[in-house]
Ligand binder design. Structure first.
Ligand code: PLP
Length: 412
């Protein structure tokens, strides 16, 4: 103990100064502490389907189980051939524009690992990446961790949360390397039209930007909506398409995702070499989970059952949207994809200064856990995200508590 007292405090590295990930931050730690004390918390904070009884299709679990015997060794750094081929064919069937092959597909431990890897490979200190606001905050955190700078472009709530093209263009500088598109979007649930994607692609081509398209919710769509992959919109710049099985096949814990490189590549050899080196440094992605991919890419799509008007996710969305909009001073647009609502709080009704503290009050008073809007890099304390994965009974319970919480706040 004498020696320990002489040790210098162990500080986190300076690289983490601008790195922030509130979805699993202070609120969750408080919720975990409350649970340890025996309290029951309704957790509407994380997009993890399985704990809500949204189980993976049997065929997916069986594929992994049947192949466990062959999956004990490392695989190729980019992943097993059959999985990468199936990924490629999935996009070819949707109209992939450029000549792309299995070597352009990299499998990772979820999309998360590949977001970190691609930004590490791409960014020099001070390089800028255009990222939507609000965003899935891993994008901002990873750009900053890589020494780059996340520059946020506005998505417009009154315009179905579509990106503001003029805002994007005004934020492009000599340092801008890439633009991130999250479609369908987390946290807003917005789905982008072909026209808006074409306009974004035109901007990217004009300014020589890499397009990073996070399409992990591409198979979670409501109301017969159709998703257009970015790799079918342009081949005139480098397009990185990110996707995985965490959401569509409810196997977030297996860690199975991929990135596919398409479009213009002749200028990008050095970057691709760097990415390939980073892929080999982490040896390979979890091999058993790679065996789920081939089956998951084609054939029967179980998610459609959940998002059809008779399905669980559809009904839960309807309830979440109508209950939220029924609260005085709260409004939210109807999500067209994914399983989140990004609800707006009227600051004239609820004069909030610190939205994290506001969500902490909700947690402590009503035992409901949700993430504040600024956790998604939104610039005002006037939003929060609701995950509508719980079944109707639990969701109703959560909405009753939310109702009561806001009613009490109005009396304060
Ligand atoms: N991208 C988006 C938009 C997400 O919402 C998530 C998870 O919530 C991820 C990526 C990461 O997914 P995973 O690492 O499980 O593939």
């Amino acid at each position: 103990s004498h020696k320990a007292s002489l040790m210098k405090p162990l500080k986190k590295s300076a690289k983490l100064a601008n790195v922030c990930y509130d979805i699993r931050g202070e609120l969750l730690q408080t919720a975990n502490r409350m649970e340890a004390e025996g309290q029951r918390i309704i957790k509407l904070n994380i997009g993890n389907p399985e704990p809500f009884g949204l189980l993976p299709p049997d065929e997916i679990v069986q594929d992994v189980a049947m192949n466990l015997q062959n999956a004990s060794g490392y695989s190729d750094s980019k992943g097993i051939f059959s999985a990468r081929k199936a990924i490629l064919q999935y996009y070819q069937a949707k109209g992939l524009l450029s000549a792309t092959d299995v070597n352009d597909v990299y499998i990772g431990n979820g999309v998360s690992e590949l977001i970190v890897m691609t930004l590490q490979a791409l960014l020099d200190d001070g390089d800028e990446v255009l990222i939507p606001m609000p965003d899935y905050p891993l994008w901002t955190a990873s750009a900053n961790l890589a020494g780059g700078r996340a520059v946020h472009y506005r998505c417009v709530e009154e315009g179905n949360w579509h990106p503001d093209l003029a805002d994007i263009e005004s934020k492009i500088t000599d340092k801008t390397k890439a633009i991130v598109i999250i479609n369908p979007n987390n946290p807003t649930g917005a789905l982008y039209s072909k026209e808006i994607l074409e306009q974004i692609a035109d901007l990217a081509v004009k300014h020589g930007l890499v397009i990073m398209a996070d399409e992990i919710y591409d198979r979670i769509l409501y109301d017969d909506a159709v998703h257009t992959p970015m790799c079918t919109i342009t081949d005139k710049t480098l397009v990185l398409t990110f996707n995985g099985l965490s959401k569509s096949h409810r196997i977030a814990g297996y860690r199975s995702g991929w990135v596919m490189l398409s479009g213009k590549k002749d200028h990008a050899g050095d970057f691709i070499e760097g990415l390939t080196m980073l892929a080999s440094m982490r040896l390979c992605a979890n091999v058993p989970a790679q065996y789920a991919i081939q089956t998951a890419m084609g054939g029967y799509q179980s998610m459609q059952e959940l998002t059809a008007p008779t399905g669980r996710l559809y009904k839960q969305r309807e309830m979440a949207v109508s209950r939220l909009n029924a609260i005085k001073g709260i409004s939210c647009t109807k999500p067209q994809g994914a399983f989140y609502c990004f609800a707006k709080i009227d600051l004239d009704v609820y004069p909030i200064q610190n939205d994290m503290k506001f969500m902490m009050d909700l947690l402590i008073q009503e035992k409901v856990l949700m993430v504040q809007g600024t956790g998604f890099n939104w610039d005002k304390p006037n939003h929060f995200r609701v995950v509508f994965l719980p079944n109707l009974i639990d969701l109703e319970d959560a909405m009753d508590r939310l109702d009561r919480f806001f009613a009490n706040k109005r009396k304060e």
